[in-house]
Unconditional design. Sequence first.
Length: 423
Amino acid sequence: MKILLLGNGGRESALARVIHKSKQTEKLYISPGNPSTEAWGENVDLEGFEQISSFCEKESIDILVVGPEQPLVEGITDYINQNNHRTIVIGANKQGAQLEGSKDFAKNFMFKYNIPTARYQTFSSSTIKEAKSFLSTLNAPYVLKADGLAAGKGVVILPNLSEAEKELDAMLLDAKFGKASNKVVIEEFLSGVECSVFVLTDGKHYVILPEAKDYKKVGQNDTGLNTGGMGSVSPVPFCNESFLSKVEQRIIKPTIQGLQEEGIDYKGFIFFGLMNVEGEPYVIEYNVRMGDPESESVFARWDSDIVEAFLMVGKGELDKYLLEINSQTATTVMLCSGGYPLDYEKGKEIFGLDKVDNSTIIYHAGTKYSENKKIVTSGGRVLAVTCLGNNMQEALNKCYSEIEKIHFDKMYYRKDIGKDLEA
């Protein structure tokens, strides 16, 4: 099989590794990829749907795997399906991608199909007075979500009503998140512990991937600003058989059934961002792709052939696939640029990667080659260090031990990943 993977982050690094391991993989291309994906395939520079489609045609690409959400929301799956009939696309079509592309669409979908989620209403600048009235009916803290994609920064939680009203003005009247906040979803705050559950679906059947928990706050003990994710662990101790059964029956099954009833032909990953509220699962959000840094932990535990799964998705026969999962615990710690998620410097040379133990997986998330072919930083989240262990503490101890071998100027990482899950 010839496969093209779109993306250049840690998620795509993790996907590239498991695709490379498949006996079905004849050739893997990654666009644009990063220095780490070169170990598992060939990086190619492709821009725009037309160029991607032409490459698929020219190189006889069998499977296109879309890593990030933006091209899915913009309709790349529909474009490839219309122009490249031999290529299987792993990724939601434009209609299905609205589960992530529009918070309002997602909340409407959940309410329509009785999927447990927080109470909400959606407002625009013309209804800001009503929005503030609705805010006053809720208890603190207050949750405001930009309706559209905002690079993971469109969700704001405010401690009191006056701050929530100011933030609402900034989002709706001052376009704080651009077009993404033309509409704002205000929802009831759910108190509990977050976790993420993932499925791969062919539109009718699905396989449930290992669950994971990520850490969004930049600072120790979940303090400071939200980030794209500072680390992850899989499995999650509190996601026991009882909890996961509730997730499947109350959330996964009605979601897949709802997509069918809406006439949405969904072939790809679905990310369920969940809140465990005293043992009961509620959906905080849908994503139409794998999470990052959850992917780095989840795919480290994927032992069966992922390309076979993709082929079965294309045939609508995913019910025949047997997903084999490594029973060990995987932990991921993100190494970040100093100052992230605010302003940070780029171009810092990374040292010590050649000293890391072979059993440790280093996924690149924000790196590139300098003019003299040195690996340097190019993003806020730079490297994802992932280790397997017989338990969470063993895996984390190994992660932090290996991290001591790596260095770049102003490198920052959280030293308390998984601490909240210790018994």
